[in-house]
Design a protein around this ligand. Structure first.
Ligand code: ADP
Length: 330
């Protein structure tokens, strides 16, 4: 009853008229219990809340450590709609992306090894045929071996270029270039191969000037050669290829259109992936490796531009390269 005696005669007791000792003692007891119960409830609630917050964070921490150790198939549970749930969802999305990139990297390594092996096997087969007396050692044979060697060396060059791109070591030497003459030069180089298939290759002249951009001439030519080469390769005999360049607001738009089979909507992103060939047998017959467009995509990106595919009025596809334009000199 120390509490009771402490209360009696306090200013508090004096300011409640008619309060007697017993009533005050009961009030104090009830108040004390209420305070203790509230404190216990608050502590329990705090503990519950802290478990609710720290448990997902502990799970995230554990998952991050497993990923750092190379285990990429790790997911964390997402429950609720709070910030921690949103963090967990972002974490899962990041893991998915890491897994996808890892699978793509493995596929690229396997595909590039396969491509090199195929070319070397072809050259070896031709030479062994000569040694065994199965094939005569004539000019045709030497030309076949030479062609295969050129393809192998082109493949090695392309893989090297991709390595440069991946390691961020692709250096561009930019010059201001008029794009119509650049297209005319590229088209004239393909004149003979277009002629062999009876394909008419044309460079359109826009009504307005301004088709100028800052490009690395050698690398941009490489992009144009791949696009024009593909347009001829995939167009039927007697088809048509049209190359245009024109100013479109703050950009220039270079389009290579063809009368080939076109590229269906679902394939349009995939053809820019490494080693992707829409029709594998057809592309292999024509010596395709599925690398040209992926390199072109990266080169255009390094110029601050983009490359996409649209339907062409000629019946096939239209590969559209968009680059930042530079103003025409006054
Ligand atoms: P490839 O050396 O196989 O032609 P690319 O990267 O240049 O490699 O092209 C990838 C794939 O995109 C080709 O295998 C082909 O299926 C498709 N493709 C590219 N250009 C065209 C085109 N103009 N018309 C139809 N299909 C095309």
């Amino acid at each position: 009853m120390r509490l009771k005696s402490a209360m009696i005669g306090t200013p508090w007791a004096r300011c409640i008229p008619g309060a007697n000792e017993l009533f005050l003692a009961k009030l104090m007891k009830t108040l004390s219990i209420a305070i203790l119960v509230s404190a216990a409830l608050a502590a329990l609630l705090g503990l519950g809340l802290s478990i609710q917050i720290t448990r997902p964070l502990a799970l995230l921490d554990g998952a991050a450590r497993r990923i750092a150790a190379g285990e990429l198939a790790v997911m964390v549970p997402v429950s609720g709609r709070d910030e921690v749930a949103s963090l967990s969802a972002s974490f899962n999305a990041m893991t998915e992306e890491l897994k996808r990139l890892d699978e793509a990297k493995r596929r690229i390594i396997a595909d590039s090894a396969h491509e090199r092996r195929t070319r070397v096997t072809l050259i070896r087969g031709l030479l062994e045929g000569v040694i065994d007396g199965v094939h005569p050692l004539d000019m045709d044979m030497i030309k076949s071996v030479h062609d295969e060697t050129l393809r192998l060396s082109r493949l090695i060059d392309m893989l090297h270029e991709l390595e440069l791109i991946d390691s961020g070591e692709l250096k561009l030497s930019l010059d201001e270039v008029e794009l119509i003459p650049a297209l005319e030069k590229a088209a004239s180089l393909f004149g003979p191969s277009a002629g062999e298939k009876g394909i008419c290759i044309e460079v359109g002249r826009p009504d307005t000037d301004g088709a100028r951009a800052r490009v690395d001439v050698l690398r941009f030519d490489e992009v144009l050669y791949n696009l024009i080469g593909n347009a001829i390769k995939y167009s039927p005999k007697g088809g048509k290829v049209l190359c245009t360049a024109r100013r479109a607001g703050p950009s220039v738009r270079v389009a290579i259109e063809d009368s080939g089979p076109g590229i269906p909507e679902p394939e349009r992103e995939k053809v820019f992936e490494r080693f992707y060939r829409m029709d594998k047998s057809r592309a292999q017959d024509s010596g395709g490796r599925g690398l040209g467009l992926s390199i072109g995509f990266e080169i255009v990106k390094a110029h601050g531009g983009s490359i996409g595919i649209e339907d062409s009025p000629l019946g096939g596809s239209s590969f559209v390269v968009t680059l930042p334009a530079i103003p025409t000199p006054a």
